[in-house]
Design a protein around this ligand. Structure first.
Ligand code: CA
Length: 516
């Protein structure tokens, strides 16, 4: 019989030995593949593992069950483009006026081509790198705007991606075609594409002129050129053979994601799978129509979950699951108001997209930017674990570098913190970041988090006499119903000074710019 002290000593030494073995095997192992799945407009309350009951998300729930579910992860912005800019560059988008707002389908590339990106960092580490799905970061330059009939550059291939199969902007924006590497897929040169976000081009009917041609109704801003029975933002003509079919989009991009995995499996690979679901227009394939209890919005969540399941199956079938870090998250909170009306919008309220959080996509309330985040990495991330660490998708560059056991270059990821310890359950992980900045759809409206405190700042002030601050304590008031800006002026001052210093310094990552 051993004493308790002896037992504890043995247990400790066994744990230390196991940890040493784990470190040794991790150091010798092939760097993990990284699959980052970024859904569009999925809210904090939209997944079964985050409490949804009217939709079923077994594949997404499987990632959480086999890995970690994070409670306080954020998109760095409450809308698409600036979040994607932040993810790709590790820099807050509000630092760059080219990427700090929702872009059109003819905007120039928002990311400077000499800037390290999440793809270039991994490519330099020996990874095969691919993006499949939504891009929405622009193509071309101010001097040479994108021409969809020619080679399309610069774009993702100039930012470290070896392969790209992308939706140029959004599902609701023209041009409604796929771009593979540098060319529009299936374009007939005798039917050239024209795109305009100003005056109408071509003779295609618009939603405003011909609402009788629409399969779903739209508001005025989404009522320009009709493609596949859906009116869009912006005008396009030509490219008829290349136009996508919304109902087939999930099938198309999921197949491309899987074929990238299958042909890249001999090398470590990084796949950025950027789904269209569940952005508007929500036009589910007939396989998913009517399968949820909350209309087409729920049906496209089922479609998204199917896509994720296909990717997980491909990893399993190819023997890759064990050495692959899979992450699923969203580029902003869920939208409550619909700009398209498919006849099922009334059903959406049966399941609040953002759960109990206040606000929605575009807002600086938590519903705008607190997002689901689940991650699986067998052997490194404990099954069924949870994390309450505060972090954002801008942190993925430093986190992926750490997973690949590469140190981040001094000039990479100015605002990117390594949050891998939060995912793998390091006890010290809760304080990896003691500040985090989010933007709304307007880059001058920012929120800063520090611990439970959150300050929303309208910059510049709306007027010298009107308060431009909202202060909340999320631990005591998760619904952000009690503004404490008058009650806690010292806290307001502290957070505002911290925000001002992060803005003025031009970066926030410790070690950024330091040459060792
Ligand atoms: Ca979005």
């Amino acid at each position: 019989m051993i004493t308790r002290a002896e037992f504890m000593q043995r247990a400790t030494s066994m744990a230390l030995a196991a940890a040493a073995m784990h470190r040794a095997s991790a150091a010798n192992a092939t760097p993990p593949n990284i699959v980052f799945i970024l859904a569009d407009d999925i809210g904090y309350g939209d997944l079964g593992c985050y409490g949804a009951t009217k939709v079923k998300t077994p594949n997404l729930d499987r990632i959480a069950r086999e890995g970690v579910k994070c409670a306080d992860a954020h998109s760095p912005a409450a809308v698409c483009t600036p979040t994607r800019y932040g993810f790709i560059t590790g820099q807050y988008a509000w630092r760059n006026p080219k990427g700090d707002r929702i872009l059109s389908g003819v905007a120039p590339l928002a990311v400077p081509t000499n800037m390290p990106t999440v793809a270039s960092v991994l490519k330099d580490a020996g990874y095969a790198t691919g993006i499949v799905g939504k891009w929405h970061l622009g193509f071309g330059t101010d001097e040479t705007p994108v021409d969809y009939n020619k080679d399309i550059a610069p774009g993702p291939l100039d930012l470290g991606f070896d392969y790209a199969f992308v939706i140029p902007a959004t599902g609701d924006r023209v041009p409604c075609v796929y771009v593979e590497n540098r060319r529009v897929v299936g374009l007939d040169p005798n039917d050239p594409i024209q795109v305009s976000y100003g005056a109408k081009v071509g003779d295609d009917p618009t939603g405003l002129e011909h609402p009788e041609l629409l399969k779903i109704k739209a508001d005025k801003s989404h009522s320009q050129t009709i493609v596949n029975g859906v009116s869009r933002i912006g005008y396009m003509s030509g490219g008829n053979a290349a136009r996508w079919v919304d109902e087939d989009m999930a099938d198309t991009i999921t197949a491309k994601a899987i074929s990238f995995i299958e042909r890249s499996k001999e090398k470590p690979f990084f796949l950025f799978f950027s789904t269209h679901d569940i952005h508007e227009p929500m036009v589910p394939n007939s396989r998913f129509r009517g399968t949820s209890e909350c209309g087409w919005r729920g049906d496209v969540i089922h479609q998204l979950d199917w896509s994720v399941g296909q990717v997980l199956d491909a990893l399993d079938k190819n023997g890759l699951a064990e050495n692959t870090l899979v992450i699923f998250s969203s580029d902003n909170g869920g939208a409550i108001k619909d700009t398209y009306d498919d006849g099922t919008n009334g059903l959406h309220a049966l399941q609040p997209p953002n759960g109990a959080l206040r606000g929605q996509k575009g807002d600086l309330c938590e519903g705008g930017h607190r997002v689901p985040f689940v991650a699986r990495w067998p052997g490194r991330i404990a099954p069924n674990s949870t994390s309450s660490a505060t972090f954002a998708l801008v942190d993925m560059m430093a986190t992926f570098s750490a997973a690949a056991e590469k140190s981040l270059a001094a000039n990479a990821g100015p605002d990117s913190f390594n949050v891998l310890p939060a995912l793998v359950g390091d006890a010290k992980a809760e304080a990896l970041r003691n500040h985090l900045v989010m933007q709304s759809n307007l880059s001058h409206t920012l929120a800063i988090r520090k611990g439970p405190w959150k300050l929303i700042v309208h910059r510049p002030p709306k007027s010298p006499d009107s308060p431009s601050f909202l202060l909340f304590n999320l631990d005591e008031d998760p619904a952000e119903s009690k503004d404490l800006s008058r009650k806690s002026p010292e806290k307001l001052k502290e957070l505002n000074a911290l925000l001002e210093s992060i803005i003025a310094r031009g970066h926030s990552r410790p070690g950024y710019g330091e040459v060792s």
